[in-house]
Design a protein around this ligand. Sequence first.
Ligand code: BGC
Length: 446
Amino acid sequence: MRALRLPAGFEWGISTSAFQIEGASAADGRTPSVWDTFCAQPGRIAGGDRPDPGCDHYHRWKDDVDLLAGLGVDSYRFSVSWSRVLAGGRAANPRGFAFYDRLVDALLAAGIEPVVNLFHWDLPQDLQDAGGWRSRDTAYVFAEYAEKLATALADRVTRWSTMNEPFEHFGLGHVLGFHAPGQNLTGVAAFSVAHHLLLAHGLGVRAVRAGGARQVGLINSYAPVRPVNGGGDGAAACALDAIQNRLFTDPVLLGEYPAGLDAFEMDPASKPVRSGDLEIIAAPLDFLGVNYYNVLAVSAPEPADPLPFRLAELPGFDRTASGWPVVPDGMRETLVMLKDRYRDALPPLYVTETGAAYDEKPDADGFCDDFERVAFLASHVEAIAEAVASGVDVRGAMLWSLLDNFEWAEGFSQRFGLVHVDFQTAQRTPKASYYWYRDLIRGVTP
Ligand code: BGC
C-alpha cells in the first residue's frame, strides 16, 4: 500500500447495524420489526437462514467493544433497533434503552466515539401494519422516536444520523420486493414511500437536535453509473443516476426533487408532497455519510422491462463473492461527483461504509487470511485519499463491517466482517484485515 496522505485528525471508524448483528429478537421486551416478519416468510432469505442468534451481539457486546478497542478505531457507528427501545415503535421500553446506554458508556470508556444511526431498515411491524412508509404518520412517529433517543443519549453521543441508505430501503424493500417489507409498489404509491422517508429524515433532524444532539447527518449510498454501450444507453444511465444518486440527496441538500423521476412515473407535484415539506427535508446538516461499494453499469431497457434501465455486467474488473465489480476509483469518482454537483450546499463528508464479501475461513491455527479484503480495503482507502487530495472535504472513513453478519436477503452466505464469526458458536476470530486496519490506524505502513 502507498503511504496515505490524509489530514491530521482524519477519523478511522467501523460500522454495523442492529438487525444484522444483535440477534435476541424477543429479549427484554423487544417487539418484531418488518425484518423479523420477512425472515419468517418461506423463500425470502437465502438458505432459509434466520438472523437470531446470528452474531448475538446483544449478549456479547462486551466482547465486541473489546474487539473495537483492539482495533483502535476512533469511532464506531451502530444503529439502534427502534423495536427494542420502543415497543411497537411507540411505547418506551426501559430495558431496551438500558442496552444502548451500557454500550455507549463502554465505548466511551474504551476511548471510542459512538456514532448513532436511528434507522437501518428495521421498521417496527406495528407501524408497518398501520401503513408503514406509505403513511405520512410514520414520519411523525419516527420523529418522536428520534427525540426520545436523543434525549436519552445525546449527553454522551455527539454525532447522529437519521437513517442509512433510504434508497436501498425504498428500492429493494418497496419497489423490487427483495427486502422487507417485500412490496412491489409503482407510481404514486412508490413515490409516497420515498417522500415519507425524506420527510422522516427532515423531521428527525429537528427532533434529535431538540433532544440535544450536536451533529446530525444522513447516510446515503452512491454509485457512479456507466452506460455499457456509450451514448446509446445514456438515457438509461441518467434515469438510474436520478434515482440512485439524486432522489435522496437533491431534496436534502437543494430543497428540490431531481429531474427525471417521470421516467419512473413518480411525480414530485403529486399528493404526498405538501406545502412546507421540502423546507423540512432540507434542514441544514452537519455531515453527509457516503456508502460506496461499486459502480453500476446499465443498458437501455427492453420494451417489456418495468424500469427505464436494465442493469448490465461491467466487464474487466475482479469481483467480490457478491459478484460486485471491484472498482476503487469509483470511490474517488463518487466523492468528487458530490463536490462538483452540490458545491457550497455540500456539508463535510464521512465515508460511512465500504467493504466487500469474501468467503475465507480460519485455518487450523485460527488464522483467517482474507488477503482479497485487505486489497479491497487498501485500494478504497487510497481512493479516499486521492479525493481528499483533489479538494473534497472528507473527514473520516468507516469500514463495513466489524463482524460477519446477517446480510439481509443473502442470509449468512456473504461475509463482510473484519472479524470472522462462526454462526454455530458465535465465536469471533479477527481476520488478517482486522490486523491490517489496526496497523493502518496506528500509522504503521504495511
Ligand atoms: C448496507 C448494509 C449492507 C452492506 C453490504 C449496505 O448497503 O447499509 O446493511 O450489509 O451494504 O451489502
